[in-house]
Write a protein that binds this ligand. Structure first.
Ligand code: AP5
Length: 216
């Protein structure tokens, strides 16, 4: 099963991707996580990407297309994958079509998680992520059992550099301008499924799961 999770920043793509990984055993490919790893490791790619990420802008298409192409060729993607945060522009979607054609694969479903701007801001400013395993929490909606400590691995929780309100609003603006056109792109292909992302985490997962039943 090959999936794309689409939706504005903070809509719950990462949270739902992790639940899909647990249930279906296919890997999550998050371009945001891959770029943050590159930043943490201080690579040239990371140094370049950080400038765009901290400003709430998209990293140039050729950079992310390159990292996704490499990742999709890894053996763990053979039984399926979840693209989280990619594609984010029409050129990225077209590049993905080309990559998949070369690999003899196709996308089964694009899950579009819909959440309005004010809810996105509320969610992101209270988000905390684990430095060690990447688990995602929310201080109010999904708090860790112990302050600043990951329930799963005991790792330290931190707030992302791009999670300040001003940057979140910029990221949302970029989403509306550059990523939202993908809704129509995938609607035309007949593989788009809209999900109400304002429900609680389990309810959203139930709705996604009902869609995924068709592909298992
Ligand atoms: P990326 O890391 O992909 O960020 P994003 O798309 O902005 O999405 P987020 O990770 O902020 O949110 P999410 O939808 O995963 O929500 P989450 O599950 O965490 O990208 C970061 C940056 O990298 C970009 O700005 C760009 O610069 C660059 N980049 C990445 N990919 C790129 C690409 N393809 N092209 C170019 N540049 C790229 O949930 C948010 C919070 O809400 C959490 O606290 C969670 O616990 C809580 N929550 C989740 N679901 C619910 C719910 N149903 N109810 C209540 N709370 C909930």
């Amino acid at each position: 099963m090959n999936l794309i999770l689409l939706g504005p920043p903070g809509s719950g793509k990462g949270t739902q991707a992790k639940l899909i990984v647990e249930k279906y055993g296919i890997p999550q490919i998050s371009t945001g996580d891959m770029l943050r790893d590159a930043v943490a490791q201080g690579t040239e790619l990371g140094k370049e990407a950080k400038k765009y990420m901290d400003a709430g802008q998209l990293v140039p298409d050729e950079v992310v297309i390159g990292i996704v192409k490499e990742r999709l060729q890894q053996p763990d993607c053979e039984k399926g994958f979840i693209l989280d945060g990619f594609p984010r522009t029409i050129p990225q979607a077209e590049a993905l079509d080309k990559m998949l054609e070369e690999l003899g694969k196709n996308i089964d479903a694009v899950i579009n998680i819909q959440v309005p701007e004010e809810e996105v801001v509320k969610r992101i400013v209270n988000r905390r992520s684990c430095r060690n395993c990447g688990a995602v929490y929310h201080l109010i909606y999904n708090p860790p059992k112990e302050d600043n400590k990951c329930d799963k691995c005991g790792g330290e929780l931190y707030q992302r550099d791009d999670d300040k309100e001003e940057t979140v609003r910029q990221r949302y603006k970029v989403y509306k301008e550059q990523t939202e056109p993908l809704v129509e792109y995938y609607e035309k292909k007949g593989i788009l499924y809209n999900v109400d992302g304002t429900k609680n985490i389990d309810e959203v997962f139930n709705d996604i799961n009902a869609i995924l039943q068709k592909f298992t």
